[in-house]
Unconditional design. Structure first.
Length: 102
C-alpha cells in the first residue's frame, strides 16, 4: 500500500486530529469523484419471511477520503464513524482492504 508520511489533512485519522468512535463497517467505494469525499456502499442481508430467503439491501454513506488513502471506485475499504465533517459526512476511511481489480 502506498501510504504517504503525512497528508496534511486535519481530518485524517492517522495524520490529523480526527478522533474515531462509534461504528465501523467494511464495504465498497462506489464513487470517488469528489475532493476528499467518496461514496460508500454497504451490503447487508435481510430475511424475507414471505419468500423465506435472504435479500440483499444496500446502505450508502458519504465518507471522508484523505489524500494518504485516496480510495478509488471499486476499492474495498474499512470506514469508521467520527464527528460530523459536513452535513452528510460522518464516517472516514481508515484503511483499504482490497484494491479494485485492474
Ligand atoms: Zn493522512
Amino acid at each position: 500500500m502506498d501510504v504517504k508520511n503525512d497528508c496534511g489533512d486535519v481530518n485524517c485519522p492517522r495524520h490529523g486530529s480526527l478522533k474515531l468512535r462509534g461504528r465501523s463497517f467494511e464495504g465498497e467505494i462506489v464513487s470517488a469523484r469528489m475532493r476528499k469525499t467518496a461514496s460508500f456502499s454497504l451490503e447487508r442481508r435481510e430475511y424475507d419471511r414471505k419468500y423465506q430467503r435472504f435479500e440483499k439491501r444496500y446502505t450508502s454513506l458519504k465518507v471522508h477520503n484523505p489524500d494518504c488513502i485516496s480510495a478509488r471506485e471499486g476499492d474495498k475499504v474499512r470506514v469508521m464513524e467520527c464527528r460530523p465533517l459536513s452535513k452528510t459526512k460522518k464516517f472516514v476511511i481508515v484503511e483499504k482492504v482490497l484494491n479494485a481489480t485492474g
